[in-house]
Write a protein that binds this ligand. Structure first.
Ligand SMILES: Nc1ncnc2c1ncn2[C@@H]1O[C@H](COP(=O)(O)OP(=O)(O)O)[C@@H](O)[C@H]1O
Ligand SMILES: CCCC(=O)OP(=O)(O)O
Length: 368
């Protein structure tokens, strides 16, 4: 029997789980408020805080770090690579620590898994990191050659729930056309065409609907004016669009649970802002349906916000049900997908990929 520790750092949460083979025997989600996270200047500054959450979880549940066969973390901002299970290595860790490809909580997944695995003398892995890139050539153009579009999204959960939806439709994932919408701290809307995510908004960098903590796409020239007004630093502007944008900017909270409560108590501003977020998500779904020429088998809604049947899900259904049937998978399958990715490697069904080799191969293909 293999016992696997799963570490999933999100922008608003840390999710932990313990698997014995395919079975999840324990799990916990710790939610982090924007105030709590605003104490840290960089993602790496959160390392001790997030590690403390894991140590507490293990202590509470009576496990030691020596009880595991392997540790798997959510994969962060690396060079673009194909999907799969990767063994964590030092070149990956160096890039994540330096935030070479940007700052996001998922950068801590590999680092935490690696450091804890080192103590236990076992291996650590990541699966389908946020930089999985399957974009169609046409989707890479932004409107200016110096600013190509990038594939940064909830690849792990998008792929996992897309397979679940395809199975529900009686199809193989490789034969299905799906729009998958992950709604967490960030929001990504992916066009899954026959097993590949051929288009998706960059969920991290100012592209897409606004989210619990991000601004999404902003009016471009107004943003440029703000940046050059002389009043703000680059760091300040970055913070305003990532971490302090979206619900945090309008309502002072990254918690949709809190926003729902305010709406049910009659708070009109909370209702307008939350409705605007659903309206923007719906517009991205419509735009993605057009990119798929309307050939959509199902729309899949997932992530933390998909628990909100009363407002978010019912509003979205009003807007987009005309496109295709809507499946709702609240939360998602991230922890299971991480554990299964590692199990395939431990059982010898798949070889773990090597990060630098895959990144190099990808770069060669892209420069053809
Ligand atoms: N039961 C729920 N009802 C409504 N919103 C929820 C619920 N659970 C979580 N959320 C909201 O989902 C968002 C976080 O989603 P999640 O997928 O856990 O994000 P992340 O992994 O980015 O931290 C938060 O705004 C949180 O308040
Ligand atoms: C970096 C893209 C994935 C993302 O936005 O994750 P969170 O929802 O955890 O912030």
């Amino acid at each position: 029997m293999y016992r696997i520790l799963v570490i999933n750092p999100g922008s608003t949460s840390t999710k932990l789980a313990i698997f014995e083979n395919e079975d999840m025997i324990l799990s916990e989600t710790l939610r982090h408020s924007s105030d709590e996270l605003s104490r840290y200047d960089t993602i790496f500054d959160q390392y001790e805080f997030r590690k403390g959450v894991i140590v507490d979880f293990l202590e509470k549940s009576g496990y030691s770090i020596h009880d595991f066969s392997a540790i798997v973390g959510r994969g962060g901002l690396l060079s673009p690579i194909p999907g799969g299970t990767y063994e964590v290595n030092t070149s990956m860790i160096d890039e994540l620590k330096q935030a070479k490809y940007g700052e996001h909580a998922s950068n801590l997944g590999a680092v935490l898994a690696y450091e804890l695995a080192r103590i236990a003398g076992i291996k650590s892995y990541i699966v389908d990191p946020v930089v999985v890139d399957e974009l169609a050539e046409i989707a890479r153009l932004s409107g200016h050659p110096e600013l190509p579009r990038k594939s940064i999204f909830h690849a792990l959960n998008q792929k996992a729930v897309a397979r679940r939806a395809a199975a529900e439709l009686g199809k193989n994932y490789e034969d299905a056309n799906l729009i998958v919408v992950h709604m967490g701290g960030g929001i990504s809307v992916g066009a899954h065409v026959k097993g590949k995510v051929v288009d998706v908004n960059n969920a991290l960098d100012g592209d897409g609907p606004f989210t619990p903590e991000r601004s999404g796409t902003l009016p471009l020239t107004q943003l440029i004016d703000l940046c050059f007004s002389g009043k703000y630093s680059k760091e300040w502007v970055m913070r305003r669009i990532k971490g302090n944008g979206g619900l945090v900017a309008y309502l002072g909270t990254n918690s949709a649970i809190e926003v729902q409560k305010r709406i049910s108590e009659g708070d009109k501003k909370a209702e307008i802002v939350y409705r605007a977020m659903s309206y923007q998500i719906a517009k991205w779904i419509g735009k993605t349906a057009a990119a798929m020429r309307g050939d959509v088998d199902a729309i899949v809604l997932t992530g933390g916000l998909a628990y909100d049947e009363r407002y978010m899900i019912s509003w979205l259904k009003e807007y987009v049900s005309f496109i295709a049937p809507v499946f709702v998978y609240p939360g998602g399958d991230e922890e299971k997908a991480l554990a299964l990715g590692v199990l395939r490697v431990l059982r010898g069904q798949e070889k773990a990929k090597i990060y630098s080799k895959e990144a190099e191969k990808w770069q060669k293909i892209m420069s053809l």
